[in-house]
Design a protein. Structure first.
Lengths: 141, 141
DNA sequence: GTTGTTGCAAAGAATTTGCAGTCTA
DNA sequence: TAGACTGCAAATTCTTTGCAACAAC
């Protein structure tokens, strides 16, 4: 039933990529992680960065968040959400309680909710100001 | 300041693509819309389907939802959310009230919230049953 | 007749993968 | 030394785009 466990090896590449994510608070893309990792280990390749990032995600050591069809990575693995600025692309963490009411409703239909993801889109304070956008009745229901 | 407005033309392609989305309740991808549109208009091209879909979205006639880095389209344009089955890929609509509390919190920082998107991932009833997964404490916080 | 649209195929962007050489345990 | 891992480049996948022919209005 269980597949023979192949033991992982600790390589410089893995350590560097992981450290880069730990040191980043801006939700970098794989390409950005690659750039930063190269400063520490100039010979590392983009393919390896992709492979290591994927591995770290599946080990639960980092989290992947997809914005605009592109993967970004973050060190926080606890339950939280994101705000994405449509102008500068900045991704910011947002703390929101889980909507248990809705989850229950879904579960009552026999569904199994394994993960929940909330995304808030709009303008960050800086861009809102720059564009002179007043914050009136934003998101509609 | 304002760009000369170019008037749109009503073509068979636009009508067919729009109708396909209106007739679909399964959140089809562009490729799927293409397949269905071809039944009505065999000469239509995938590129045109992409162009028309994008136009319909920007006109607010249909909505785009991105799942697994791929665009899907739906006729519903009102505020609602989605459940995505990790097993069969089915996308299902979910009604959830907007979390005004969180929006307010974000807006108090000077941010402008323009859109909110909730996604619930897990197993649909059918797949949960097939896999024999009991619905215990699912999503964590 | 204009000029917005289409079909086609080539180009892009992000990510994955095959493979032979390399390095960890 | 076995075999997991890496660098490299080619391959994939989804989507966009340039362009000449076409067709609304």
């Amino acid at each position: 039933m269980e597949k023979t466990k192949r033991r992982k090896r600790n390589t410089r590449q893995k350590a560097v990529v992981y450290q880069v994510v730990l040191d980043s608070s801006d939700h970098p893309t794989a390409e950005k992680v690659y750039e930063r990792a190269k400063r520490e280990l100039p010979t590392i390749s983009l393919g390896t960065v992709y492979r290591v990032l994927k591995e770290l995600v599946s080990e639960g050591k980092i989290k992947e968040i997809i914005v605009n069809k592109q993967s970004h990575f973050e060190k926080r693995t606890d339950f939280h959400h994101h705000f994405i600025c449509r102008e500068c692309g900045k991704i910011e963490d947002v703390e929101t309680p889980l909507c248990r009411y809705t989850c229950k409703k879904v579960e009552n239909k026999g569904y199994v909710v394994e993960d929940v993801e909330y995304k808030f889109y709009g303008l960050c304070d800086r861009c809102a100001q720059k564009l002179g956008v007043l914050q009136e009745g934003s998101a509609q229901s």
